[in-house]
Design a protein around this ligand. Structure first.
Ligand code: SF4
Length: 405
């Protein structure tokens, strides 16, 4: 098939095979791909509206034994800065989110060598009982695999227990590039492709909310990026056919390099990372190739606001979230390090600046609130709410020391 025939096929929203995808991704003019991606976004999601979520990340522990080369967030067991958050600390963060009208927490941490499954179950069931209106999208396939290894259980058993305890969704963190040659270079101790996909398959079969992610800039080839997208697309096909519950969205960003991670300090540093044009190009291609995905998020915390607004014309229909707190990518010089918080008012302003109307959604992309007029700062400001933390132990006794080395 010629490139011009392929462009017509892409514009018609048809499925491309991997060879066709590779040709389109590597040979087509990125500006043309962005136009096609934008047209597909207008056909598949509500034109004129850009959605967003009010949520916050809660990084419950930074202890990790996995040593990913791109990570600036984790601390090895025994490091003086290792922490595990208590119920009281996590509850305070949830209450701040509720004051902002938030609906979800995204709780993620390192691969803690001592936290057992009953710690996770206890935290989830306490959160579900105390804050029933908050969706709990927590952990990632690699954290699930870590718990399974510690407990000598299968990932299915772990996910079933955590789901019963209150887990609503499994976010798609830790995918990076789903190609084991890349993973062996940048994160050799982390979940392999088949296990990452398997964890998501189980979560989707359990009816949980899941998202798909990709991070570019690890000196991977175009073929390896395509392999990653093909893995996601195949599972989406499988899950939608089996029970109708697939990934809710695709989110991509670029590797964040800094002196605080091994890739950033590498003498080969120039091989790593990807610029904003490559981000927009790849986002547009993903909208075309992942024909069975509906929602694509622009990632302002890693790409900055200007590029995130441009992504709304390169296939994205969603501006991500307010992210009241983020500690993982922000520790590697991402945009969010300079601007860690996005108020709802500012987020609205960004969406309107791009020419769209904002709509608040939940994690399944149901509309929570839409806005047909410009809201004032006061109307979108947080409100004070009564605490539900009376009687919850504030002491550091809730911190769990990391004993393993
Ligand atoms: S990315 Fe996750 S698994 Fe890897 S070192 Fe950081 S915290 Fe650990």
């Amino acid at each position: 098939m010629t490139l011009s025939e392929l462009l017509k096929k892409a514009a018609a929203g048809e499925r491309l095979n991997p060879d066709e995808g590779l040709l389109l991704y590597s040979e087509a003019d990125p500006a043309v791909l962005m136009e096609i991606a934008h047209d597909l976004r207008l056909e598949r999601t509500t034109p004129g509206v850009v959605t967003y979520l009010v949520d916050r990340n809660i990084n419950y522990t930074n202890a990790c034994t996995t040593d990913c080369q791109f990570c600036s967030f984790y601390r090895r067991p025994g490091h003086p800065e290792v922490y595990v958050q208590s119920k009281h600390q996590i509850g305070e963060r949830v209450e701040e989110l509720l004051a902002w009208g938030g609906t979800r927490i995204l709780m993620q941490g390192g691969h803690h060598p001592d936290l057992r499954i009953d710690w996770y179950e206890d935290m989830l069931s306490w959160l579900k009982t105390t804050y029933p209106e908050i969706e709990l999208d927590c952990f990632s396939p690699s954290e699930i695999e870590n718990i399974a290894m510690l407990e000598a259980m299968t990932m299915e058993q772990v996910l079933e227990r955590l789901h019963r305890a209150g887990l609503d969704g499994l976010p798609g963190g830790g995918a990076e590039i789903l190609d084991d040659d890349v993973r062996a270079r940048i994160s050799p101790k982390k979940t392999k492709t088949a296990e990452w996909i398997h964890a998501m398959r189980i979560a989707q079969a359990l009816g949980m909310v899941t998202s798909a992610t990709m991070v570019i800039g690890f000196d991977e080839t175009w073929e390896q990026r395509l392999n990653s997208l093909t893995c996601l697309r195949d599972l989406q096909d499988e899950s939608l056919a089996a029970h109708g519950n697939g990934f809710t969205a695709f989110i991509m960003w670029t590797a964040q390099l800094s002196e605080t991670n091994s890739l950033g300090r590498s003498r080969h540093r120039q091989k790593y990372g990807a610029d904003y044009d490559e981000y927009l190009h790849t986002n547009a291609f993903a909208r075309i190739y992942l024909h069975n995905f509906t929602n694509f998020q622009a990632s302002w915390p890693t790409q900055g606001l200007d590029t995130a607004r441009k992504a709304l014309f390169a296939g994205a229909n969603d501006f991500g979230s307010t992210m009241l707190e983020e500690n993982v990518v922000s520790q590697a010089s991402a945009y969010s390090e300079r601007e860690p918080r996005m108020s709802v008012y500012r987020l609205h302003a960004q969406i309107r600046l791009a020419g769209y109307e904002p709509a608040q959604r939940d994690s399944r992309y149901n509309t929570v609130r839409d806005f047909d007029r410009i809201m004032s700062k006061e109307e979108l400001a947080p409100v004070s709410i009564p605490t539900r933390l009376n009687g919850v132990d504030e002491s550091v006794a809730n911190f769990i020391p990391v004993t393993s080395q």
